[in-house]
Structure formats: structure tokens, C-alpha cells
Write a protein of this length. Structure first.
Length: 499
């Protein structure tokens, strides 16, 4: 039975975010236990992450695993050289000293930008490849939001990405990576690869695979993979738009037993995706208008207002207050909002205790040019420490936002937290004593992942135009280094380098 070395190093880098991602940020606990080493990885086979799915699939197949380490951090600014070098060195050294292995699996994201490296994953794969030689299978799983550069394709035997957004197939993707490794080992071959790059950036709030056209595009991907003779694996990365790098943009990658089959498969899916370009526009609603529309909906089920641009999952601060201010100004009598990342206010509420009334400057502290929202609040509920996720994406994992408080301003309740993460699970509200389905308006700071757990309870979903570093307005981002000619959104203007 084969012996496979496994490791992970995942980061989605927003190159416009001011805060660099340090080594200490790779001790993520908000959604998964980063910093796992050795057998700890094998002790977490149910982890809702690709590596968890890989471990389970490899065990079922009777393979032996050599676990090295697994790191992830919340999306933010560029990964520091210190963090990058330390973690890559741990992975490379671990593989070099793991004893004889037949293959290597890496759990990567695909949109990491590190100090000195536009394509962080290309450099990780290059260094691992240098240690294992040109022929050993080296397969990496990727997020659907990977910006895949040529260096990644050249150094990996195969790359395989999620097919859902919200990402409910992270474990399945790990299992697919295992299948590809077994195909390589069983056939003794390396698959031929064919790549197509689409000519437009896809704003992420238009990428949901719970809506069209992404739903049909990924269904077509699976059809091609299942029905085209010779095709081993298909990957379609819709890309991560907040990266001022030449490899920003969507990619279709086909792996097949022969180059002709790979080309045909990649071409077919790329043409389909290109034919839907117009669906990948921007179209957000100002908060006051969104609230008016929400209040016109029939009562009974909540209306979800998605604060799509203040998404910590895209590297935003999760502390802007545009929607909160609009709710209070509109005197909405029943709205709840999560997560406002504000350690100072969360701690002040804990010092004051449940039932206390105090004046706080909420949020608005981390983005240049913003200011806190001053309000008299009632501390309704306090929470601290770990809690279990219940939604389809993270079920099986524990979350931890540190100190959390539910604060009420008239009819508006805000979940403030020490931790910074996107609101993709109803557990974040319940942890603070709120049951989302019982409220009129539910505001989530998330671009798309919230749909997995919230779409089912929603009367309607409205995407709101409020400020945040996870901007959907790609035409307004200060890009300088994109691939010339790429359109900034579906049907949008083409990027021209200055000067
Ligand atoms: Zn993603």
C-alpha cells in the first residue's frame, strides 16, 4: 500500500487589506484548529476541511499517511516573509525527513500572496517538487477562489478545487485529491493538462453555486468529467478578485489521460462559462433602500441583508457600521446583525455584565476614514469560548470568537465579538442568544457562504452596498498589475496598465 505525505498551508490574501498576515495569525481557531502537527492531523479525520476528507479517503483505501503539519489563517493582507518561510520550511523539511513516500498531498487555498511571491502556492509547490523530484505525484486541493498561476500548474501533478460556493464540498475535494493520487500510482502515469483563462473577473457575490449560472456550470463540469473518455479530473476556479496580481481571474483546468481529451474538455467548459459573462456584474442596493424593501416583504420569515463587502472571509475588517447605522436611523423594530468585530466593545460589555446599559463606540475602528457608531446599548447576553457549528459548511468543527456580546439598540441587536470571521453559520447568532428565524431582518457580514445555512430560512435575500475591504466593485479597485485586457467584471471595462 502506498505511503503518502500530507500537509496544508492555506491563505486567501487580499492585497488591498492593510494588515499583513503574521505567523501568529496562522493559529486560527475561529473555524478550524490551525497549527496541527503530525498525528494530531490523523486524530481529526472528521475535520470539515479538505485534509479531513483526504485522511478519511486514504484510510478507507488502506493507505499509510505521513502527516506533517496544517496551517490556515483568516483571509487578510499579504503573508509576511517570516510566516511564509517558517511554514514552508516546516512542510519541506517534514517531507524530506518523512522517510520513503510514494506521493505528496497538499491542502492549499490557491490565492496566497506572500511577501516577494505573487503566487505563494507556486513557490510552495516548487520547493516541495525540488525535494521529491520530477516524477512523484504531487496533488494539491484548492479553494474555488484560487487564482491559479502557471507555476502552480507546472509544479503540481494535478490541482483539484471545490465545486460549491458556499463551500460545502471541502471534504469531498480532499477525497478527490486522493483519487487522483491513486490514479497516478495505479497507472504509473502523470495526466496531461490543459488550461483556459477566462477574460473577465467574476465578482464573488455572483458566484454562488446555489444560483445560476454557476449552478449549471458546475453541473456541466461534473458531466464532462463523468462522460468524457480519458478525462481524469476537471477544475474550475472562479478566482479571488481582491488581488492585484497578474494571475487574478478564473481558470478552467482539465486533466486527462491524453492531451487531446484534456484540451477538448477544458475548451468546452471555458466556452460555456464565457457565454454567461453578463451574469457576473455588480448590482448592489444602498442600505436605506434595502431596508425599505425588506420591510415590504410579508412577515413570518426573515429577510436576509447581506453586507457582502465587509466580509472577513475576503479579508475585510468586519467592523464597518453602514448597515447598523441605517437600521437604527430607520427605527427598525426587529433586526439582528452579526458579526461586528470589536474586541474593545465586547470586553467592555463583559466588564459591565448582562442587563447593564452603557454608551459605546461600536465598530468603525479598523478601516481608514471610518469612525465608530456611538450608541446607548443594553447588554442582553454574554458568551465566551468554544461553540459547535450547526450549518452545512462547518458542522463537525468548533468555533471560538473569544468574548461575545449581544447588544441591543432599540429594536436592533448586534453580535459583537473579539474574534473576526464571517457570519456563515446560524450558530454565531445562537451563541449570543438569538434565534435568526424569529427575527424580521437578519444582517450577515458575508459575501456568499451565509447562503448555505441562511437561504433556507429566508423570505428573501438582498445584497447591500455598504463599505468594506472586500469590495465587490471591481471597477473601483486600484488595480495596477492585472493581466492587460482582462475585464473588471462581466461585461465591464478592460484593465489597462497605467503609463
Ligand atoms: Zn473560497
Amino acid at each position: 500500500m502506498p505511503r503518502i505525505a500530507i500537509a496544508g498551508f492555506a491563505h486567501e490574501t487580499n492585497t488591498f487589506a492593510p494588515t499583513p498576515t503574521e505567523l501568529s495569525d496562522f493559529q486560527l481557531t475561529t473555524t478550524a484548529p490551525s497549527g496541527m502537527r503530525g498525528d494530531t492531523i490523523l486524530a481529526n479525520p472528521d475535520l470539515a476541511m479538505p485534509i479531513g476528507g483526504f485522511v478519511s479517503a486514504a484510510r478507507d483505501a488502506g493507505d499509510t499517511l505521513a502527516p506533517i503539519c496544517w496551517y490556515a489563517a483568516e483571509p487578510a493582507g499579504i503573508v509576511t516573509a517570516h510566516a511564509f518561510e517558517r511554514i514552508v520550511a516546516e512542510i519541506v523539511h517534514g517531507i524530506a525527513t518523512a522517510g520513503p513516500v510514494d506521493a505528496v498531498y497538499l491542502d492549499l487555498h490557491g490565492a496566497m500572496v506572500a511577501s516577494g511571491y505573487d503566487d505563494g502556492e507556486a513557490e510552495i509547490l516548487r520547493r516541495v517538487r525540488a525535494v521529491i523530484g520530477p516524477d512523484m505525484p504531487l496533488v494539491a486541493s484548492l479553494d474555488l477562489h484560487a487564482n491559479v498561476g502557471d507555476g502552480m500548474i507546472a509544479n503540481a501533478t494535478a490541482l483539484v478545487a471545490y465545486r460549491t460556493y458556499p463551500h460545502v464540498d471541502m471534504r469531498a475535494t480532499g477525497a478527490r485529491a486522493h483519487q487522483i493520487i491513486r490514479w497516478c500510482l495505479d497507472t504509473g502515469r502523470r495526466p496531461a493538462v490543459s488550461v483556459r483563462r477566462l477574460d473577465f473577473i467574476m465578482p464573488p457575490h455572483r458566484q454562488s453555486t446555489m444560483t445560476e449560472p454557476a449552478r449549471s456550470l458546475y453541473a456541466e463540469l461534473e458531466t464532462i468529467e463523468a462522460q468524457s473518455p480519458g478525462v481524469v479530473s476537471m477544475t474550475f476556479n472562479m478566482g479571488f478578485h481582491l488581488a492585484d496580481i497578474p494571475m487574478n481571474g478564473p481558470t478552467v483546468i482539465a486533466y486527462a489521460a491524453d492531451a487531446t481529451s484534456a484540451d477538448a474538455a477544458a475548451e468546452r467548459l471555458a466556452r460555456s462559462a464565457a457565454s454567461h459573462e453578463k451574469a457576473f456584474g455588480i448590482g448592489l442596493m444602498p442600505p436605506a433602500e434595502a431596508i425599505r424593501l425588506a420591510l415590504q416583504q410579508p412577515p413570518g420569515k426573515p429577510v436576509i441583508l447581506a453586507d457582502v463587502q465587509d466580509n472577513a472571509g475576503g479579508g475585510a475588517t468586519s467592523d464597518t457600521v453602514g448597515v447598523l447605522e441605517a437600521l437604527v436611523a430607520a427605527k427598525v423594530d426587529d433586526a439582528i446583525l452579526a458579526i461586528l468585530h470589536d474586541p474593545e466593545s465586547a470586553r467592555a460589555a463583559h466588564r459591565a455584565g448582562e442587563g447593564a446599559r452603557l454608551r459605546l463606540g461600536l465598530g468603525g475602528k479598523l478601516m481608514a476614514g471610518h469612525r465608530p457608531f456611538e450608541a446607548d446599548v443594553v447588554v442582553e447576553k454574554l458568551a465566551d469560548g468554544p461553540f459547535a457549528f450547526t450549518g452545512p459548511m462547518m458542522r463537525g468543527n468548533m468555533g471560538n470568537l473569544g468574548k461575545v456580546a449581544c447588544l441591543r439598540i432599540d429594536g436592533v441587536r448586534v453580535v459583537v465579538a473579539e474574534g473576526r470571521t464571517q457570519c456563515l453559520d446560524q450558530a454565531y447568532f445562537r451563541h449570543a442568544g438569538l434565534e435568526p428565524s424569529r427575527h424580521r431582518i437578519v444582517v450577515v457580514k458575508s459575501t456568499n457562504h451565509y447562503r448555505a445555512d441562511f437561504a433556507g430560512i429566508a423570505e428573501r435575500i438582498i445584497e447591500v452596498d455598504s463599505p468594506g475591504l472586500s469590495s465587490m466593485n471591481t471597477a473601483a479597485l486600484p488595480f495596477t498589475r492585472l493581466r492587460p485586457g482582462i475585464r473588471l467584471f462581466g461585461g465591464g471595462p478592460a484593465f489597462k496598465p497605467r503609463g
